[in-house]
Design a binder for this molecule. Structure first.
Ligand code: NAD
Length: 472
């Protein structure tokens, strides 16, 4: 059993003032694997005070000094990849192939921040003025459970590269992954107070961050509902906000696409991270005249996407992170049937042979129209919908008929045709014939998928404000 009873404030592991104990689970077995002692409002205020004290010195560090610290962070996080891998499989249920990627990603995000910082232009002349990009102050970094270590490292490294100090509030469900990352960051000898980590509940630690006058900016990744609430509660102190929220991303398969390749990529996009991905391509648009052909192709291809034990190398889809998520996904599978959609594969209930563990059958609905709730709401599990379209104009209209706009994919036999359609899709990112991403490019959503961008120079700009100096 794991007993995690320390948070990290001002360069030290300290026992939280908060005393609530929270169970940690192995989602593949439903067994309790440990407990974490949660931070409270007092702890959060102490962490904010430490970050505030550390800000003047850190904000004045040179580019070279920041790079030196970030390089140490990179090496320290890399050194813990094997531990992180184990925690990702056991605490999160990530299938081993995915877990390998997720264990390596946190260090890569630090490398990206270094790459963004090296050429970053902090000063510019505009006529008689000098414009200096100035760090905003203490940043509150609030992260979800579906990529705990990755979000902590990418937000923290970018905030630090920009000269900000930080208070991090990770999800309480990922305390083991957070513990490993905290130990790594401690080993990197980051100056005391530059980062502080207070694992606790959103309505306790998160709310304290939302309202505290010494938090200048919040970078939040999570649900759209909580994101909107953060904007409202941060308005009183006019906090700067970056929000990375939910999605209902379209995958548009054009009629000139190679069916087999397109269907496989569409399933990879839809089932990534066991369906628990904000960027998952959950609405798959197929030509109506060839609906039956595509349905057959999806039924054939889905055999390559097995749900099961995360330690089995054949597994592509692991369990849902919690019983709450499992029940939510089951609710949507019931709803889809009530709405008149037809289950092509999968359906309600547990995966065959898995009586314990929060496993969901990979499910595809067909005969779906874009007004159904299963086509409009984020399910956050391995449940996809096939939506037929008559022509490219209708495909575009369906793709854009959504509250969200985080990610999209276009699959076409012609790059030019794919790119032309991609330019018309309302989305922060559109992939054409590929799932390979570019980590130095801006990431974030339009419409209700978020506000602002992370990663690369755009990510740094979000922690900076221009100061104009006119010297007579
Ligand atoms: P969530 O919004 O419930 O929680 C996210 C974080 O916010 C957690 O740390 C939580 O404790 C905290 N929180 C909850 N209430 C809060 C409050 N009142 N004030 C401040 N913080 C609060 O989301 P989740 O269930 O952890 O994650 C799943 C959601 O995250 C999905 O909707 C998914 O689309 C989204 N997500 C988005 C991205 C992206 O980059 N756009 C990436 C991953 C996940």
């Amino acid at each position: 059993m794991l007993h995690i009873d320390k948070i990290y404030i001002n360069g030290e592991f300290v026992t939280p003032h908060g005393s609530e104990l929270f169970d940690l689970f192995n989602p593949a077995t439903e067994a309790v694997i440990g407990q974490v002692r949660l931070a409270d409002e007092d702890d959060t205020r102490r962490a904010i005070a430490a970050a505030k004290d550390a800000f003047p010195a850190w904000s004045r560090t040179t580019r070279e000094e920041r790079i030196a610290v970030l390089e140490r962070m990179y090496l320290a996080v890399r050194a813990r990849e094997a531990d992180l891998l184990e925690a990702l499989i056991t605490e999160y249920g990530a299938p081993s192939a995915r877990a390998n990627w997720m264990a390596a990603w946190p260090a890569q995000t630090i490398r990206c921040a270094i790459d963004a910082l090296k050429p970053f232009s902090f000063e510019e002349r505009v006529g008689r003025a000098k414009v200096v990009m100035t760090p905003v102050g203490v940043a509150g970094l609030i992260t979800p459970w579906n990529s705990d270590a990755g979000f902590i490292c990418s937000k923290l490294a970018t905030a630090m590269a920009s000269g900000c100090t930080a208070v991090i509030k990770p999800s309480e469900m990922s305390a083991w992954q957070t513990q490993i990352i905290t130990e790594a960051l401690h080993a990197a000898r980051i100056p005391a107070g530059v980062f502080n980590i207070v694992t606790g509940r959103g309505e306790v630690v998160g709310e304290t961050i939302n309202h505290h006058p010494d938090i200048a900016k919040i970078s939040f990744t999570g649900s759209t509902a909580v994101g909107k609430h953060i904007v409202e509660s941060g308005a009183r102190t006019l906090k700067r906000v970056t929000l990375e929220l939910g999605g209902k991303s379209p995958t548009v398969i054009l009629d000139d696409a190679d069916v087999k390749t397109a269907v496989h990529l569409a399933l990879e996009a839809g089932f990534m991270n066991s369906g628990q991905a904000c960027i998952a391509g959950t609405r798959i648009l197929v030509p109506a005249s060839r609906q039956a052909e595509f349905e057959h192709a999806f039924v054939d291809a889905i055999t390559a996407f097995a749900a099961g034990d995360p330690r089995d190398s054949q597994t592509v889809i692991g369990p849902m992170v919690s019983q709450k998520q499992w029940l939510r996904v089951q609710g949507y599978i019931q709803l889809g049937q009530q709405e008149g959609a037809r289950i092509l594969v999968g359906g309600e209930g547990r995966v065959a042979g898995k009586e314990t563990g929060w496993f969901v059958k990979p499910t595809i609905f067909t005969d779906v129209n874009n007004q159904m709730r299963i086509a409009r709401e984020e399910i956050f599990g391995p449940v996809l919908v096939l939506i037929p379209y008559r022509d490219e104009t209708e495909a575009l209209a369906i793709a854009n008929d959504t509250d969200y706009g985080l990610n999209a994919m276009v699959l076409s036999g012609s790059r030019e045709r794919g790119e032309a359609l991609a330019l018309q899709i309302e989305s922060g990112r559109v992939m054409v014939n590929t799932l390979e991403h570019e980590p130095l490019a801006p990431f974030g959503g339009v419409k209700q998928s978020g506000l602002g961008r992370e990663m690369g120079k755009w990510g740094m700009q979000a922690y900076l404000e221009p100061k104009t100096l006119v010297v007579g």
